[in-house]
Design a protein around this ligand. Structure first.
Ligand SMILES: [Zn+2]
Length: 121
């Protein structure tokens, strides 16, 4: 299951990032996962929970932002979901839309809780 390796590298990044926030800790990490990234979000969540439970990272949460495959119309610039390159634009009907996303696999954001602002909602 290669999700385990990905989750491990996310946790490595969290550990590295945590060093920048002395006195605080990262409580949530947002991950952008594209439809074409070849990763199952449910498997990611499962691995994440398994690795975080009982570790130094607890209580770290994972939020997955799922990004469907999309294309951009070369004529009008509209973004739309399509299954192949060169799809027709639903707005202007032009063909030749270019691939414009859906293979993301990256950290989108961190949420840091620091000692000073603890208790704030
Ligand atoms: Zn168009």
């Amino acid at each position: 299951m290669h999700e385990m390796g990905i989750v491990n590298s996310v946790l490595d990044a969290v550990r590295a990032e945590a060093g920048r926030f002395p006195g605080g800790h990262i409580c949530k990490v947002g991950l952008r996962v594209g439809e074409l990234a070849g990763v199952a979000p449910e498997a990611m969540s499962f691995c994440f929970e398994a690795l975080v439970r009982g570790s130094e990272f607890e209580p770290l949460e994972l939020e997955i932002e799922y990004c469907p495959r999309r294309h951009r119309c070369a004529a009008c610039g509209k973004l739309f979901g399509a299954t192949a390159d060169g799809a027709e634009c639903p707005d202007c009907g032009a063909g030749g839309a270019r691939f414009a996303g859906g293979d993301e696999l990256e950290i989108a954001y961190w949420e840091v809780e620091d000692g000073a602002s603890a208790g704030r909602t």
